[in-house]
Design a protein around this ligand. Structure first.
Ligand code: UDP
Ligand code: MG
Length: 332
């Protein structure tokens, strides 16, 4: 059985066409299948559209969150609820084209446990078109281990890889990174990333910023080392300047025109510079500490208000006991 997991937040313009497209594609495959829509606290008519689809189509499950928890939380919930032997993750705005699904299934049948859909092009324009490539470039430099750069969440996970990801405990989730982290035989399919079919992007820029920060701070220690590197550099520079100053005073030299005692501006600049370096380093520390705080608090990633699905008791048969209990708790 194949599962398709789709996070939905205010996608009323897309849902009907999207479901029709997914159904048409999935019906061409020789497998039983299901679609899990995770309604991430939509404020438009998305939920009623989804439950309507679910009433008419047994293969549809709708997970209804108690509020908006975000894209990554929705995907995680979908992974936990999905029952398939392979699970495909995709966005509900047609940016991840359903026609790519059969190619991912084929790669899975050929033995891959993880299939990553990499964009050979992207259609974002404006600030996103500028920021996305910049982020991926930075991520490539910063990440402590290789994460495919032109890939988002679109892809397929075999049950084994999916369980591995479900059992990862971290709360600040960057799924493309976690997927790279779990490893397993991986293959890549290429596709042209389309523009959004309808509506505005639902990942607002602050959300994307948080996501980018999660990616960087969950997969890299380099920002922490940056503080140390800056410290060493500033120290070397100030030692050098003091030597020049001492030389100039004691031996009446005129190197670099540094004359001690004449520098209001120099003092001011030094204070400002060091102050800002320290603030930056404290900010970086704060990013890690905040994430540590999230992790020790152990708040759930999301709360499920209702699970709309036919034969609800057969739901959890593939699950490990722990995950099973969690999902049952949150449904109850
Ligand atoms: N989405 C979600 N919760 C959110 C924001 C977005 O479930 O808080 C869904 C959205 O409905 C879409 C997918 O996640 O199906 C990707 O969102 P979007 O297209 O806005 O993100 P982008 O393409 O800019 O990464
Ligand atoms: Mg999108």
């Amino acid at each position: 059985m194949l599962s398709v997991v789709v996070p939905i937040y205010n996608e009323e313009e897309n849902i009907a066409a999207f479901h029709a497209a997914v159904r048409a594609v999935m019906d061409t495959l020789q497998h039983s299948w299901e679609v899990v829509y995770v309604n991430d606290g939509s404020r438009d008519s998305s939920l009623s559209l989804l439950t309507e689809i679910q009433r008419r189509d047994q293969r549809v499950t709708v997970v209804e969150f108690s509020r908006n928890f975000g894209h990554q939380a929705a995907l995680t919930a979908g992974l936990q609820v999905a029952r398939g032997d392979a699970i495909m993750l995709m966005d509900g705005d047609f940016q991840d084209p359903p026609e790519v699904l059969p190619r991912m299934v084929q790669a899975w049948k050929d033995g891959a446990k993880v299939v990553i859909a990499e964009r050979s092009s992207r259609a974002e324009t404006g600030i996103r078109g500028k920021l996305f490539p910049l982020f991926y470039k930075a991520m490539g430099l910063i990440s402590d281990f290789p994460i495919p750069l032109n890939a988002g969440i679109f892809g397929l996970l075999d049950r084994q890889a999916a369980n591995a990801i479900i059992n990862l405990q971290e709360g600040n989730r960057y799924l493309p990174g976690l997927r790279a982290w779990v490893g397993f035989p991986t293959s890549i399919v290429y596709y042209e990333r389309a523009g959004r079919a309808a509506g505005e992007a639902k990942q607002t820029l602050p959300k994307l910023f948080k996501y980018a920060m999660d990616a960087i701070f969950s997969f890299s220690y380099k920002p922490l080392r940056l503080g140390m590197a800056l410290g060493v550099m500033v120290m070397a520079f100030s030692l050098f300047l003091s030597m020049v100053a001492v030389g100039n005073t004691v031996f009446h030299l005129k190197y670099f025109g540094v004359i001690p005692g004449s520098g209001h501006i120099g003092t001011l600049l030094a204070i400002l510079f060091l102050g800002s370096v320290q603030l930056i380093c404290m900010g970086l520390l704060g990013e890690y500490i905040g994430r540590i705080y999230d992790e020790v608090r152990r708040r759930p990633l999301y709360l499920i208000h209702k699970l709309h699905r036919s034969e609800a008791e057969g739901v959890l048969r593939y699950k490990t006991d722990k995950v099973l209990a969690e999902v049952e708790d949150s449904v109850a």
